[in-house]
Design a protein around this ligand. Structure first.
Ligand code: EPU
Length: 469
């Protein structure tokens, strides 16, 4: 039977048109990713800007009625969706490569559209800046997602402490500030849990509030500090971001800014694992090694060497892999977003490892898929017991969420034969040009339409790019 040629090139997603076009949402993706394993990787990876910083900072741009220019914005479906939400609120956006210009002078709407918010949880964070700028915000509840129920009670309680009236009606959170000037008031807020999103929402809301806001038990993630630095560059008065106590003194307004987003620590960690699992030596830049302390410590425990070549460049040098235990925690603990990628690595590490997920209640769905590839993992509650196996074998697998997809890609790199990964829309949400970057390291892979996958396909040698020096 003749093979149908349906290879989809892995060009970076071009968002230049679709950032403002709400009809341009990607439809159901019928493509699959085929990866030929036992790869030996070689070369260098340029790490993109941090997805979770960029999303929060795009929401933060709503605080300012002047031009905001962002550099190092990753090319991702999630960024495109956030752009569409801002656009629906009346914001002007223009992007050119890694630069995104945002102008929120004419915020024409205080209601974010449900069909967009339901697809991107981070978009709920616009409630803070909308309320601070307009004194009113209507944002649909984002709902649960593949990794857990993910309530927004901490966001809501914090906004109430700052004087907002909040009620939930037909799935929409209505928040408004009464009084003549419709300004939020500074407050002392204690978060029951150091939620990243709640810290970001409340910090943004507090920048334009009257008086001082203190957020105790705040999230300390680098993305929170990045958002704070962005707000400070616009004239906000914020102290303590990156620690567990953040103090914000409200100012009347914020001004124009040009700001560069930090490198993505989760993408960096994912490529470090790619090196370790394939016993390959690769370098990564630009990175901030201090954002990866827990990840690097665990890689070293497992047996890989991680060398800081320059302040912003890391080299992974392979070693014999051994088991270790991991518990996910809020920063500076081990990140939940690296749990699935490390599980892939531990399937190939000698001995028994225990992984405990404490941040999200349903973030072990990759276990079944990794087991399909020959891994030996048992789940008990929020613990996964991983017994290292000598060999993984390629198989058809289904990606269940973003980081689970990354784990399957990593396992596929180390597996014997071909792995076919379905539901690629998860991967496209959060990894900027992952396929192009892997191909540059010498990995054989291709994206094909699902129908073509029914036949046995093999990647033409001409599609394999030589690793960069
Ligand atoms: N939580 C509540 N109530 C709230 C808010 C959170 O109970 O009001 C709970 C959540 O249900 C969860 C825990 O607190 O069990 C942690 O949630 P958090 O609010 O810290 O997470 P988030 O802000 O929703 C961000 C990242 C996630 C990352 C987590 C933890 C963004 C856009 N998302 O989510 O990133 O896993 O922090 O670090 O910043 C990813 O990139 O794949 C991803 C899921």
């Amino acid at each position: 039977m003749q093979r149908i040629s349906l290879i989809l090139e892995d060009k970076p997603i071009n968002h230049s048109l679709s950032l403002t076009d709400t009809n341009a949402l990607p439809g159901e993706d019928k493509s699959v990713l085929q990866i030929w394993g036992r790869a030996s990787l070689k070369g260098h990876v340029k790490i993109s800007g941090a997805k979770n910083s960029a999303l929060a900072i795009m929401a933060g741009a709503l605080l300012c009625p002047e031009d905001c220019r962002l550099h190092n914005v990753p090319s991702l479906v999630d960024i495109m969706r956030m752009g569409q939400i801002l656009s629906a609120l009346g914001v002007k956006l223009e992007n050119n490569g890694e630069i995104l210009d945002i102008n929120a002078r004419h915020l024409g709407q205080s209601q974010a559209p449900y069909e967009l918010v339901s697809q991107l949880r981070a978009s709920f964070f616009v409630i803070g800046p909308l309320l601070a700028r307009l004194g009113v915000a209507r944002v649909p509840l984002p709902g649960g997602c593949a990794i857990g129920a993910r309530p927004v009670d901490l966001h809501v309680r914090g906004l109430q402490a700052m004087g907002a009236e909040v009620h939930i009606d037909h799935g929409i959170v209505h928040a408004y500030v009464s009084g003549n000037n419709r300004k939020l008031k500074g407050a002392k807020i204690y978060l029951d849990y150091p939620s990243v999103g709640a810290t970001e929402t409340l910090m943004m809301a507090a920048t334009l509030a009257e008086g001082e806001t203190t957020i105790e038990n705040a999230a300390q993630e680098p993305e929170v500090a990045d958002l704070a630095n962005f707000c400070i560059a616009m004239g906000a008065k914020i102290r303590g971001a990156g620690t567990n106590t953040i103090i914000v003194s409200g100012v009347p307004n914020l001004h124009s800014v040009e700001y560069s987003i930090i490198p993505d620590r989760i993408e960096t960690g994912t490529f470090l694992v790619a090196g370790a699992i394939t016993h390959s030596e690769i370098t990564l830049s630009s990175v901030v090694p201090d954002h990866l302390t827990a990840v690097i410590a665990k890689l070293r425990e497992i047996g890989a060497k991680v060398i800081a070549e320059e302040p912003n460049c890391l080299r992974i040098v392979p070693g014999r892999l051994r088991a270790t235990d991991i518990e996910t925690l809020p920063y500076p603990g081990f990140p939940t977003d690296m749990q699935a990628p490390f599980m892939a690595l531990l399937t190939k590490s000698e001995g028994d490892s225990v992984i405990t997920e404490t941040v999200f209640e349903n973030r072990l769905s990759h276990v079944a898929e990794l087991n399909r590839m020959g891994a030996d993992i048992r789940v008990k509650g929020n613990h996964a017991i991983v017994r290292g196996v000598p060999l993984l074998s390629g198989a058809p697998v289904v990606a269940t969420d973003l980081r689970a997809s990354a784990a399957l890609v990593l396992a596929a790199l180390a597996a014997e034969g071909k792995t076919t990964i379905q539901r690629l829309h998860h991967l496209d949400r959060g990894y900027d040009n992952l396929e192009g970057k892997l191909r540059q390291l010498g990995v054989r892979l291709q994206r094909v339409q699902e129908e073509a996958e029914e036949e046995e396909t093999s990647v033409p040698e001409s599609k394999v790019t030589a690793p960069s020096p």
